[in-house]
Design a protein around this ligand. Sequence first.
Ligand SMILES: C[S@@+](CC[C@H](N)C(=O)[O-])C[C@H]1O[C@@H](n2cnc3c(N)ncnc32)[C@H](O)[C@@H]1O
Length: 195
Amino acid sequence: MTSERPFSQACENNKGPILTVLKTHCETPGTLLEIGAGTGQHAAWLSAHLPHLVWQPSDVAENLPGVRLWLSDPESRALDPLTLDVGREWPSARFDYLFTANTFHIMSAELVERCIEEGCKHLTEAGRFLIYGPFNVGGQFTSESNQAFDQWLKEIDPLRGIRDREWIEAAFARHGRTLLAEHDLPANNKVLVFG
Ligand SMILES: C[S@@+](CC[C@H](N)C(=O)[O-])C[C@H]1O[C@@H](n2cnc3c(N)ncnc32)[C@H](O)[C@@H]1O
């Protein structure tokens, strides 16, 4: 294994705005499961700035060594990452918060539906599910750059693509959760908060 940490400039750019939203919606101490932790940068930095949360990062197995390199930062308060492929078996625990960033346009629509279904089952009754990323509104891209990004995603894999906010809302509604808040963040991204 290389000891060089994986790095995402986007994470460095968006972590501050994401923290502001998490501070608003995750005020009560509790447990948080992060799905698709990626490099581990969000887990390391956000957990340090939200000490009242027990931050449990997760991702598919191949990403965990890189996540662990970030979690070795002395400021990180995140737990050792869990292997979680949302299409497979989930941990048995329930969480007060679920958080995922930039995953719904990477997973197939079928996997996103599964993530929402299992996520809702693994959320406490008063829990919150926060999703960061680009979303369409009313079936329309919210910017030309998002439209170009969607085209690029589909060239890599036709099952990828920016999801419609209303389609996500309908999937949550099937599991008894509604959209509580929507925050516009820089670079044409949003945080959708369900509960
Ligand atoms: C674009 S990266 C985003 C990573 C990180 N959250 C960020 O914001 O930089 C997409 C992430 O989704 C994860 N992912 C894709 N399919 C997944 C699945 N079936 N189960 C769990 N995570 C998945 C990938 O492993 C990757 O970490």
